[in-house]
Ligand binder design. Structure first.
Ligand SMILES: Nc1nc2c(ncn2[C@@H]2O[C@H](COP(=O)(O)OP(=O)(O)O)[C@@H](O)[C@H]2O)c(=O)[nH]1
Ligand SMILES: Nc1ncnc2c1ncn2[C@@H]1O[C@H](COP(=O)(O)OP(=O)(O)O)[C@@H](O)[C@H]1O
Length: 224
């Protein structure tokens, strides 16, 4: 049987829209990078805001795709030159969101995904609250969080314990976020995150093409 969607030739009504800043935060190991990768793979309308960081590259990471890996003097120079939208110290390293392309991209309707911590979320919310959609990912339990950090195999025990120590402090910021999702089953969690993004795209104030579209629909403003 032919998939009815393939034979549907009706034109798609695409209204102009301002992009949004979709933030995923969580304690380390709760799964935000996994969710972010799934979103980027499945949705061509989403671009990753690639942060700069002074931390070492992990196996499997690619410079320029996952992070811009820079040394401390370079990071400090970028901060001094106001090249970051926000930046913070996390786990003894510096992390920052480069400004380049974000504002122009938002205006052109690109949605940006930010994998940043609560400090960065606060700074972005202060700068552009109306563009920000903050989502917090929680682990199903503290034991499961430790298990995931160990299973990921990217950090030694000392680093894992430091991340676990910080997890409670990170979780305490859950109430700064508009959405909170527990990452128990990855597919279910991803589906919830995807639905949040879909709904936020429909917000009236983001749909800059609505005024003209409604005018056309109602004939308002056209000569009689
Ligand atoms: N404020 C801020 N936090 C960031 C940025 N990039 C990454 N982070 C956060 O830094 C923390 C450590 O990231 P990472 O070293 O990749 O380890 P992860 O926690 O295992 O993902 C995470 O909470 C990230 O969300 C950034 O540009 N700004
Ligand atoms: N729902 C889940 N169930 C089991 N393992 C998961 C789940 N979500 C993520 N993981 C695994 O947990 C580890 C940490 O996930 P990651 O996405 O790197 O977390 P974060 O970016 O928040 O530090 C990874 O090995 C990942 O494959």
């Amino acid at each position: 049987m032919v998939d009815p969607r393939l034979s549907d030739t009706r034109p798609v009504t695409a209204l102009a829209r301002r992009g949004l800043m979709f933030i995923l935060s969580s304690p380390s190991g709760a799964g935000k990078t996994t969710i972010a990768r799934k979103l980027l793979q499945s949705d061509p309308g989403v671009a990753l805001s690639v942060s700069a960081t002074t931390r070492a590259i992990r196996p499997g990471e690619v410079d320029g795709r996952d992070y811009h890996f820079v040394d401390k003097p370079t990071f400090d120079r970028m901060a001094d030159d106001h090249e970051f939208l926000e930046w913070a110290h996390v786990f003894g390293h510096s992390y920052g969101t480069p400004k380049a392309q974000i504002w122009a991209g938002l205006k052109a309707g690109t949605d940006f995904l930010f994998d940043i911590d609560w400090q960065g979320t606060q700074q972005l919310s202060q700068r552009a609250r109306e563009d920000v959609v903050p989502v917090f990912i929680l682990p199903p339990s503290i034991d499961e969080l430790r298990r995931r950090l160990m299973a990921r195999g990217t950090d030694d025990m000392k680093v894992i314990e430091a991340r676990m120590d910080r997890a409670r402090a990170e979780i305490s910021h859950w109430s700064d976020y508009d959405y909170v999702v527990v990452n128990d089953d990855i597919d279910r969690c991803f589906e919830k995150v995807r639905r949040i993004l879909d709904a936020e795209r429909m917000r009236r104030e983001r749909q800059t093409g609505l005024v003209n579209f409604v005018r056309q629909l109602t004939g308002e403003g056209s000569p009689t």
